[in-house]
Write a protein that binds this ligand. Structure first.
Ligand SMILES: Cc1cc2nc3c(=O)[nH]c(=O)nc-3n(C[C@H](O)[C@H](O)[C@H](O)COP(=O)(O)OP(=O)(O)OC[C@H]3O[C@@H](n4cnc5c(N)ncnc54)[C@H](O)[C@@H]3O)c2cc1C
Ligand code: FES
Length: 248
């Protein structure tokens, strides 16, 4: 891939666009790409997993939070730099064929895949509400990142933007409105979402994207096993999309 641009999005979080005709060829919403975050591929040796954040013709973007060596390296890439990657990988969300009301929930950088999901959902005639939960106002994806048709609702833990608390505490009217719910975020958010939806959200068969550590990304290393109610599954190969109530 060739870097087109690297820009700061918000606190320690970056958007990087790549020119990559092969990798941008019709990924499903919620699939991911494995990016080698070193020039030679030796240190760090394993590629890092990132969701497709936006896809346009022969290019795509990832939205990523700088957490360690790989993402620090990635944030310092400049226009024209070459980066090695492979994908698209895993199974993405299943969007309904009939137009419906889709509620997208992102916790922290788990919001990354939701912009691509929203863009595709809109082309299929769905109504979209996107909810993001973050620590504070400085950790929110800017509203300008969304297509104008999307209603964007924010919740912060300190109350500096939107209602105070966790996003799962403020689903309110949107939970009833939604015909389908999709979520991506930390495991604690999924647990809380399951607790909230357990008694009246099952009809929506909520789907989640899980983010287990993935050394290989395509079923070779067994490093990403997760426990579901139906046995052990590989997050990369069987997921990362799971039904919420199959795991929680
Ligand atoms: C399907 C999926 C989609 C994701 N999408 C996004 C996204 O869109 N945006 C985003 O910001 N993040 C995303 N993530 C998380 C992202 O992959 C991590 O934030 C990223 O791997 C961090 O890399 P790092 O090198 O900066 O961090 P580090 O903490 O340095 O390394 C992270 C990875 O390296 C492994 N590792 C680190 N040190 C060692 C060691 N000594 N020995 C063995 N293994 C080690 C960890 O287990 C982990 O897999 C996603 C993860 C998954 C699984
Ligand atoms: S990351 Fe290697 S098997 Fe899933």
């Amino acid at each position: 891939m060739t870097v087109i641009s690297t820009e700061a999005a918000y606190a320690d979080t970056w958007v990087i666009w790549f020119h990559a005709p092969g990798l941008a060829r019709e990924p499903e919403p919620g699939q991911f790409v494995m990016v080698h975050c070193s020039a030679e591929g030796t240190d760090p040796m394993f590629a890092r997993a990132f969701s497709y954040h936006r896809v346009e013709r022969d290019r795509f973007a990832i939205l990523f939070h700088v957490t360690g060596r790989g993402t620090t390296w990635l944030a310092s890439r400049k226009r024209g730099d070459a980066v090695r990657a492979y994908g698209p990988l895993g199974h993405g969300f299943r969007l309904p064929d009939e137009p419906g009301n889709l509620l997208l929930i992102g916790g922290g950088v788990g919001i990354a895949p939701m912009v691509d999901v929203a863009e595709r959902a809109l082309t299929k005639g769905h109504q979209v509400v996107a909810m993001m939960g973050a620590r504070s106002s400085g950790h929110l994806l800017p509203a300008a990142a969304w297509p104008k048709e999307v209603e964007y609702v924010v919740v912060t833990e300190d109350g500096s933007a939107g209602p105070k608390g966790f996003v799962t505490q403020h689903l309110g009217q949107y939970q009833e409105w939604a015909s389908q719910i999709y979520a991506c975020g930390p495991n604690a958010m999924f647990q809380s979402l399951a607790d909230v939806l357990r008694f009246n959200g099952r009809r929506q068969r909520p789907e989640i994207l899980m983010e287990e550590n993935m050394p290989c990304g395509w079923g070779m290393c067994y490093g990403c096993a997760i426990f579901t109610h139906h046995g052990v599954r590989l997050c990369c190969k069987d997921g990362p999309r799971f039904n919420l109530f199959d795991v929680y």
